[in-house]
Write a protein that binds this ligand. Structure first.
Ligand SMILES: Cc1cc2nc3c(=O)[nH]c(=O)nc-3n(C[C@H](O)[C@H](O)[C@H](O)COP(=O)(O)OP(=O)(O)OC[C@H]3O[C@@H](n4cnc5c(N)ncnc54)[C@H](O)[C@@H]3O)c2cc1C
Length: 292
């Protein structure tokens, strides 16, 4: 049923890197919820597997002394959603994880697999983009850190070396002050459906004005994107309906939705504008502000 040609179980992250480096055609498998679907469809590039599932090194979720939340790449969506540390320090990530599929997939699918899969639909990515998350990868040359923003380089493509294993997702400590974030998903069905458009926003407020807005989308361009033009239209501006309108108008510059069987481009654009407003309003409200 599954066309696996070679399967090796890694004993540790270092062992996984060694096994991957030994065989340039091999790839890591974690939960397998993406890979097994590809294998059943007969994609041969997923046939040589190095299993990193269940490595304790990859599963921990801890808070560093500097306030950075370190989420192991092998943490499942359920572990992310249920983690008291995630809920306290990055609730928008728990919210994003809750949008993924149903309980069975969330019990098995990992956050690392969601990022490394490179899918433009990945529900964990917009919330992590508005939190300015970084990634830690282990490879033959040792550990490296890289921003999540820019890690997706094309449809289904990420800047991961063939022998690299994603070890951690690093979420910096939230800024002091009136800060909050929100993650929304538009899909045809409310449950068990791939995202038509996903959106996340984070805001820092100062009284009646927005210090900054961060806005990110999935499925709005060939890769998940941040929206620098829409963000500039809000940052430093008052909390008014005019500012919201400016964001909704400007977001067009940052995205490039396409037509697919799921939705035509103009409909996606409508949803993008609508979600920018809803995500922004929700984040503002959670930060204790209100839009006049
Ligand atoms: C029925 C169904 C519904 C789904 N619904 C959703 C949904 O609503 N939203 C959503 O975002 N996704 C959804 N998915 C996709 C999938 O569940 C997620 O992308 C999941 O996070 C993948 O994680 P995994 O551990 O299963 O990855 P795997 O299938 O094991 O791997 C996926 C990719 O990541 C790489 N990889 C995995 N771990 C690492 C690592 N530590 N370091 C380096 N590379 C690694 C693999 O080599 C592979 O390229 C769905 C899948 C199914 C089958």
């Amino acid at each position: 049923m599954f066309a696996v040609e070679r399967y090796r179980r890694a004993e540790s992250v270092a062992d996984a890197v060694r096994l991957l480096a030994e065989d340039p055609f091999s790839i890591p498998i974690a939960g397998g919820t993406d890979i097994l679907v590809k294998l059943r469809e007969g994609h041969r590039q997923y046939a040589n597997l190095v299993d990193v599932h269940g490595l304790a090194e990859l599963e921990s979720i801890i808070l560093d002394t500097d306030g950075t939340l370190c989420v192991g790449a092998g943490a499942t969506f359920t572990q992310v959603m249920e983690s008291p540390l995630v809920r306290e320090h990055a609730p928008v990530l728990a919210e994003g994880a809750s949008w993924v599929a149903g309980p069975q997939i969330r019990n098995v699918g990992t956050i690392g697999g969601n990022i490394c899969n490179g899918s433009v639909c990945a529900d964990s990515v917009p919330p992590l983009l508005v939190l300015d998350a970084e990634l830690e990868l282990a490879g033959p040359e040792g550990l490296r850190r890289t921003p999540l923003r820019g890690f997706h380089t094309g449809p289904g493509i990420v800047a991961r070396g063939q022998a690299e294993v994603l070890t951690k997702v690093l979420v910096p400590a939230p800024p002091r002050g009136a800060f909050a974030a929100a993650s929304l998903k538009y899909a045809m069905r409310r449950a068990m459906d791939i995202t038509t458009i996903g959106c996340a926003a984070s805001v820092l407020l100062d009284g009646e004005s927005i210090v900054w807005l961060k806005l990110a989308f999935s499925v709005a361009a060939p890769t998940p994107v941040r929206c620098p033009s829409a963000e500039a239209a809000a940052s430093g501006k008052p909390l008014t309906a005019q500012t919201v309108e400016a964001v909704k108008k400007t977001v067009e510059v940052d995205v490039a939705p396409r037509t697919s069987w799921r939705a035509p481009a103009d409909f996606r654009m409508h949803i993008i504008r609508e979600l920018s407003e809803r995500a922004m309003r929700t984040a503002v409200q959670r930060a204790g502000g209100g839009i006049r």
